[in-house]
Design a protein around this ligand. Structure first.
Ligand code: CMP
Length: 141
């Protein structure tokens, strides 16, 4: 089915100047960028986005990292978009990510792993709603 998923190019990848290279991975795989913007998260918004991780030992580091610089947030659309984007990203820990994935090619540490992608269609709907209103999403399915 055609799905939408939510994606972040994190501060480390923006800092490495590889936004375009990462967007190319999405497009070459058949995903369409149907919404996008650059934002600098507040700690409150980062905490809201990562609410499910609030009790984890790395939560404060995660919020600190995600607020350390601007990020790109985007909605990707296409066949099986949630799983396809997770395949493109590779494992959460770049050290374990398969060759040729975004995290293998652009990241070194689990705490600074270049990209985020929704883990389910339900998460995608929630995450998209945190960053985009309906009139900012230009579906091309
Ligand atoms: P993400 O997909 O954005 O969702 C939660 C994030 O927590 C994850 O990517 C990692 O970047 C981060 N994370 C997971 N494990 C650790 C860890 N042990 N230390 C720091 N950050 C982590």
């Amino acid at each position: 089915a055609i799905e939408q998923t939510f994606s972040i190019v994190k501060p480390d990848a923006v800092g490495k100047n590889v936004i375009g290279e990462i967007y190319s991975r999405f497009e070459k795989a058949g995903l369409k960028i149907v919404a996008a913007k650059m934002v600098h998260l507040s700690a409150d918004k980062a905490g809201e986005f990562y609410a499910e991780h609030r009790e984890r030992p790395f939560f404060n580091d995660l919020v600190g990292f995600m607020t350390s610089g601007p990020i790109m947030v985007q909605v990707l659309e296409g066949e099986n978009a949630v799983a396809l984007n997770r395949d493109l990203m590779g494992a959460t820990n770049p050290k374990e990510a398969a060759a040729g994935t975004i995290r293998a090619d652009f990241a070194e540490e689990v705490s600074a792993n270049a990209v985020h992608g929704s883990d389910s269609p339900e998460s995608a709907r929630r995450e998209i709603g945190i960053f985009f209103s309906a009139d900012e999403i230009f579906s091309r399915s």
